[in-house]
Design a binder for this molecule. Structure first.
Ligand SMILES: [Fe+2]
Ligand SMILES: [Fe+2]
Length: 337
């Protein structure tokens, strides 16, 4: 694996029949069977640039280089997908076309020495530097007016450490270190702008301090739903409780501990429980206040804008329509004059 390697995003953009070598961290590896019962694998490999999904057919070569030598590995070993998750892996392969769609075929895999190729080197982080995200976050805390002392207590100590490092998801959006902080800052920025604009219409009285506090706190439950090891993973509470309910429960504990008054607790708690906008998307109640409508709209907008960037960012030069984006359930258009 000493020759030049391509990044995961470069691999995703290869043309048909082009070959590649790459190194990344195994985000997902799943064994499946074809219609004749023969095993094949689906892999998601990521590095600091992004990730690609690939197929590994039964004739692929699996090698273990981790001990310095080169020994063959039996890929059907039951533990392999679990053992390799979160580990760095070398790959070789070719871009092919399958039913008119580009498909990355991985033809050789190399288990690497994890000390020589530490997974942390290949893990994606938020594209914005952490210190810039933190600076924006604390500027928004200042905008929360009467809630500032409460928010300074919530986002402190061990909770702040976990919050600022947490991913915002495993796959859908901001699925990398500091992703939750990046998403929270974006949602708050959008919500504050929307709140100021909506407050100027004749139909809505908007308390922008509630908007800012609600936006900063809206995904607080994600701290317990996801972990980084070093790729984002769903925790057991995340899998069985998701983040809306646990976020609300934790918020109530914070509110009680710091003596937040009852009406503010209700107004912000309502934002936490309704921020997914619709019950089929996990909202416990529908947004009933201008502040809750604003935060849930900002949350959805940030998610969609992220997906737009994700989908159109990997478009080859000159193309303007993305592949179908599964999370957002649409193709995106990179409009150019
Ligand atoms: Fe959420
Ligand atoms: Fe969110």
């Amino acid at each position: 694996m000493e020759e030049k390697t391509s990044s995961c995003v470069e691999i995703r953009r290869l043309g048909s029949s082009e070959t590649f070598k790459g190194i990344g961290v195994v985000q997902k590896l799943t064994q499946r069977s074809d219609k004749n019962g023969r095993p094949f694998w689906e892999i998601t490999l990521s590095d600091s640039t992004g990730s690609f999904d690939g197929k590994i057919w039964g004739d692929a070569a699996w090698w273990d280089l981790s001990e310095g030598g080169k020994t063959a590995v039996d890929p059907s070993s039951e533990n392999l997908p679990r053992t390799l998750r979160g580990k760095s892996l070398g790959v070789q392969g070719k871009m092919v076309e399958f039913r008119g769609q580009p498909q990355v075929n991985v033809t050789a895999l190399y288990l690497l020495d994890q000390e020589k190729y530490p997974p942390s080197l290949y893990v994606q982080a938020a594209p914005v530097p952490l210190e810039d995200l933190e600076k924006s976050f604390w500027e928004f805390v200042l905008e929360s007016g009467r809630f500032r002392p409460f928010l300074e207590q919530v986002f402190s100590g061990e909770f702040w450490e976990r919050f600022r490092h947490s991913p915002a998801a495993v796959t859908h959006h901001h699925a990398y270190a500091h992703g939750l902080l990046e998403h929270t800052v974006s949602v708050t920025r959008l919500a504050l702008a929307l709140g100021k604009a909506a407050g100027a219409t004749p139909h809505a009285a908007v308390d922008t301090e509630v908007v800012v506090a609600g936006a900063l706190l809206h995904d607080l439950g994600k701290v317990e739903s996801y972990s980084l090891s070093p790729v984002p993973e769903m925790t057991l509470p995340g899998a069985v409780l998701d983040h809306v309910g646990p976020g609300f429960a934790r918020f109530l504990r914070f509110a009680e501990t710091w003596g937040l008054d009852e009406r503010s607790t209700l107004a912000i708690g309502h934002i936490l429980l309704s921020h997914h906008g619709q019950k089929e998307y996990g909202a416990a109640v529908l947004p009933a206040t201008p502040e809750a409508m604003i935060v849930s709209s900002a949350d959805e907008l940030d998610f969609r804008l992220f997906c737009w960037g994700d989908a159109t960012g990997s478009l080859p030069e000159g193309e303007e329509i993305s592949d179908f984006h599964f999370s957002a359930q649409r193709r995106f258009w990179k409009w150019q004059e």
